[in-house]
Design a protein around this ligand. Structure first.
Ligand code: THU
Length: 228
């Protein structure tokens, strides 16, 4: 379970077990704009929810999480803490292979979206060397702590050990134009500035854009260059 903490070098990983018995890994995913950092329990819970599962217990495997932030998740989902999980317990493997029908897969994935506030599903497929990492948007009680579909894909991919991303497909069936939000553009630009964002629009049309072109004059500073 890798993490992405090149700015702080802090250690933060988490496992969440869903009611299904599957264990979902989550790791810290930092961003050069620090407030956009995804915490490991946020990543693990959102991965679980975006798989149609319900978080039941958690284990902090490498703990530097703020306890007050941890308690939002544990209280919201009544999760019990476990010292560890057995190595024989099944781990979530996000990787899927798709031969041809990306559009159909994006449509199916929308059923995994958890949209308790908006009723606005979004799905994503992040292309990695061996296949695709799916994502769907997850809303939780605290609006600011849910994750967009794109960031569910990215955080699952990092936890699964992937660091190289070619492209991401995004689909929002209820919008005319399926365009990643500003925060997702910032996060995508951290990992795949020269990659391609493929937007599958509600009317069935497709547009492709280089990630960095979607974030002109993006935030950079040599003061904050990655330390590792
Ligand atoms: N959303 C995404 O999943 N991706 C984006 O790029 C834009 C917004 C989701 C987040 C929230 O669940 C809903 O759309 C409304 O903002």
């Amino acid at each position: 379970m890798d993490q992405y903490a090149p700015y702080s070098d802090s250690r933060e990983t988490c496992l969440v077990r869903g009611k299904s018995g599957i264990i979902y890994p989550g790791v810290r995913v930092e961003n050069i704009s620090y407030p956009l950092t995804i915490t490991s329990i946020q990543a693990a819970v959102c991965s679980c929810l975006a798989n149609g599962d319900t978080p039941e217990s958690y284990s902090i495997t490498n703990g530097s999480q703020r306890p007050e932030l941890l308690s939002f998740w544990t209280a919201t989902f009544s999760m019990e803490e476990r010292a560890s999980y057995g190595s024989e317990e099944p781990r979530f493997n996000p990787l899927i292979s798709i031969e041809s029908n990306i559009g159909g897969e994006l449509t199916d994935l929308c059923s995994k979206a958890v949209t308790i506030h908006s009723g606005f599903p979004v799905s994503s497929l992040l292309k990695v060397a061996d296949g695709y990492i799916p994502g769907a948007n997850v809303e939780v009680e605290a609006w600011a702590l849910g994750l967009c579909a794109e960031r569910v894909s990215i955080s699952r991919a990092i936890a699964a050990g992937y660091t190289e991303f070619e492209s991401i497909h995004v689909h929002a069936p209820k919008s005319d134009f399926s365009s990643p939000c500003g925060a997702c553009r910032q996060v995508l630009n951290e990992f795949m500035p020269t990659g391609v964002v493929e937007m599958h629009h509600g009317d069935g049309s497709l547009s492709k854009h280089i990630t960095s072109h979607l974030l002109p004059h993006g935030f950079i500073s040599e003061e904050l260059t990655r330390k590792i």
